[in-house]
Ligand binder design. Sequence first.
Ligand code: AMP
Length: 483
Amino acid sequence: MIATHPFDDKLREECGVFGIYRHQDAAAHTALGLHALQHRGQEAAGMVVYDGKQFNAHREMGLVGDTFSSERIMSRLVGDSAIGHVRYSTTGETALRNVQPLFADLQFGGFALAHNGNLTNAMALRRELVARGSLFQSTSDTEVIVHLMATSEFHTVVDRMTDALRRVEGAYSLVALTDSCVIGVRDPLGVRPLVIGRLGDTHIVTSETCALDIIGAELVREVEAGEMVVLDDSGIHSLRPFPPSRQRFCVFEYIYFARPDSVMEGLSVYERRKEIGAELARESGIDADVVIPVPDSGVPAAIGYAEAAAIPFELGIIRNHYVGRTFIEPVERIRHLGVRLKHNANRASLTGKRVILVDDSIVRGTTSVKIVEMVRAAGATEVHMRVAAPPNAHSCFYGIDTPEKGELLASHMDVAEMTAYIGADSLAFISMDGLYRAMGEPGRDPEAPKFCDACFTGEYPTQLTDRDGDEPAAQLSLLAELA
Ligand code: AMP
């Protein structure tokens, strides 16, 4: 198939990573871990396992459960150390060449790498590397790290990786596999999550605690911002290769992206979502008969809202779980259809009611338009939309897939215009201070915000070397792959 949107083969991705050092069931545990991380990327999954002699890899488009349940595939993934990756990118046709973990033979031996996040100077570095003779095999930003390591003048894997990472900008939580260790690294701002777990004597590094729970492993701690951890035969080693900087964890992980049963930076995602809902009720409460979540991601915030407002919580929209996320359909007219496929109104809890609808975020507004219309058609007398995020007016360049700025509803409409556009009787978003309060902070400190909140404020915590204002500064020349 020829890519329908060639320039959508971009570097922006959503991903989850998992790594395990020395366990007899390394591949099976990695498959389970990736399955728990499936919400972080549904398009492709991959795994590289080391068996003491060679690296065994499998990468495939599709869901983890479909790929890694095959006896034929699993029986080839021999070895006691493994890393894996789940991925979602916005391409119409995503080439298998971009599916991670990437693998290369470097001077010190085999090296596999899996990345969650997005580098903001990958294009600039790539141009420089290509000029020096590097031959790129993928369009993924992650490959830049491998080439920087290959051309580094240092010797050990840790030194080469440090050398490479000192040159990159942006967000990265990485897991890497060599013939003697698994490495986990988090960028100096700690934008994306990465945690360390333990299962008996075996250590694990992965994106979220839900990937530890699934294999019965316990959480040891977070990999800290700017920390590199090396899991090898002598245990677990912590290195601090980067100059200290203030952490800027992604607040949108709490709002939407992470699984609600995960714990991030010591905070339960579920509890934070409920607290955002409660703040929202305090900030913009309105008299109504029922609080209805937009499932699934709006549910915890709606519970929090209903509790704080003392208004009954009801399931008024039923989600069909057998369709992918709305965003996955690449074409606008199919995306509309996707919303209809995904949700249906439950008349029993809507007819004759004044409804407060709670969703976690408004991005393009497509979901809200459909849901409001659906709820009214089911007999609601009033529809008040409450959103558990501030207006998403800016694109994310750090690893959450969002449309270009112009497609974000809040980038070109104020709240009154958005209210009219989605057809609600009222619309309110949580304030920035309210969001920070829900995170246990006194408010947003404008001089030193605790989180990366660039998708709301436009204040990006790193340089955006590859961008020119709102436009991509450079494009790759792509080869459309025929399947
Ligand atoms: P939209 O219809 O474009 O306004 O999208 C809003 C819906 O998409 C909300 O219900 C969110 O749960 C969900 N959402 C928010 N951010 C993302 C994202 N980055 N990828 C996929 N879905 C998202």
